[in-house]
Design a protein around this ligand. Structure first.
Ligand code: GCO
Ligand code: MG
Length: 402
């Protein structure tokens, strides 16, 4: 089998997605997600202008060799654009192999290690009261785990507070919106939020929270400690993770489990975190982490250090990534949890998929390959629109972390 054509497809059914479709001389094709939120066209060009010409004529079954070719062959290793592009190709190749051999991808990865993939949904509200109510709606839908975020009184546009009930979409059309931030105001709200949620719903539900890279190590230590009575499943992105050593301080101050990794592009972003047992969950996922091939390396390294996975699954990761993540999650030994933010109806129409939700669990389905398709006729109705994530400033105007 040989690769004959590589297409890079851009569509915006409510938000932008970049997709690669790799065709072969035997008629089998595979698709991969190449979406990098707010920088979509950089990856599209990387693939179209620099990667596609190198793939023509190659054997798509040589997934590892092609991965190494693109990673080592670029000379400029790592980085989100490069690793997202490699991730997209990798997903498409696993899809091709599964379809050609007529098995779902999880069978190629060693088979199912569990019956389903536990997911967490996103409950949020402008106020603590609204967020507490939103948790109830997720429990009614059968979720076993819920991430909870609430607006911070006095701040406009807090991270994690959505516009709709099931969808949270922070990217907006046009130039970046500006949010305001105050760590003091935020820290004064969060413990009360979790106290109220536990009071209302008891101990049986797993609760998660995302600090979205906003705290210093000592502030994160304090928040983690104040949340200990509410037994969180995890506190995510407590501090920006460029400096892995910072997690030593957080770890010394709290037993709240820590998760990080959605912006990591290779395992090299997490080696110290894992070696020193500074985290509990690694959040890398297939699209930004170099594909299924590299994520298996990352998960294996994490497993050695008692760390489980918790793959990123926000709306800016297309249904192709969701499917790839589910095949991966189902197969590995150290799976922890999977983030699940539902896509809009338009997105689901562009990407018909075999994965299904029941009783708090997702299953990738048993269609050959990844079990996701791409409908050009629908996608064409939604042309690309420039969109960015917001930026964030302190109340005095100082640029901060969004
Ligand atoms: C999450 C993430 C997202 C990111 C988004 C950026 O935990 O789901 O933090 O909300 O902000 O994926 O593109
Ligand atoms: Mg996050």
């Amino acid at each position: 089998m040989k690769i004959t054509d590589v297409e890079v497809l851009v569509t915006s059914p409510g938000r932008n997605f970049v997709t690669i479709r790799i065709r072969t001389d035997e008629g089998v094709y595979g698709i991969g997600d190449a979406t990098l939120n707010g920088r979509e066209l950089a990856v599209a060009s990387y693939l179209r202008d620099h990667v596609a010409p190198c793939l023509i004529g190659r054997n798509p079954f040589q997934i590892e060799d092609i991965w190494q070719y693109l990673y080592r062959g670029a000379y400029w290793r790592r980085g989100p654009v490069t690793m997202t592009a490699i991730g997209a190709v990798d997903m498409a190749l696993w899809d091709i192999k599964g379809k050609a051999l007529n098995v779902p991808v999880y069978e190629l990865l060693g088979g199912a290690s569990r019956n389903g993939v536990m997911v967490y949904g996103h409950a949020n509200g402008q106020s603590v009261g609204e967020a507490v109510e939103a948790v109830g709606r997720y429990l009614d839908m059968g979720y076993k785990a819920v991430r909870v975020q609430a607006g911070v009184p006095g701040l406009k546009g807090t991270y994690g507070v959505g516009r709709g009930e099931l969808f949270y979409e922070p990217a907006g059309e046009g130039l970046p919106a500006e949010d305001a931030w105050s760590t003091e105001k935020y820290l004064a709200t969060v413990p009360e939020l979790f106290a109220r949620v536990r009071e209302e719903y008891g101990r049986d539900v797993h609760l998660l929270h995302d600090a979205h890279h906003r705290l210093t190590p000592i502030e994160a230590g304090r928040l983690g400690r104040e949340l200990e009575p509410y037994a969180l499943f995890w506190l995510e992105d407590a501090v920006p993770a460029e400096q892995q050593e910072a997690f030593r301080i957080v770890r010394q101050h709290t037993t709240t489990p820590l998760a990080v990794g959605e912006i990591f592009s290779t395992i090299h972003d997490a080696t110290l975190l894992l070696r020193e047992n500074l985290i509990d969950y690694l959040r890398m996922t297939v699209v930004h982490g170099g594909g299924i091939t590299h994520l298996r390396t990352a998960a294996a390294y994490a497993a050695v250090h008692h760390v489980r996975t918790g793959c990123h699954g926000a709306t800016d990761l297309s249904p192709v990534t969701m499917a790839a993540a589910l095949h991966f999650d189902l197969s590995i030994p150290n799976f922890g949890i999977q983030e699940y933010m539902r896509h809009t109806a338009e997105t689901d129409e562009v990407f018909p998929h075999a994965y299904t939700f029941a009783d708090g669990y997702l299953h990738p389905g048993d269609a050959p390959g990844l079990g996701v398709d791409y409908r050009d006729d629908v996608a064409e109705r939604f042309p690309y629109r420039r969109a960015y994530l917001p930026v964030s400033r302190l109340e005095d105007g100082t640029m901060f972390n969004w």
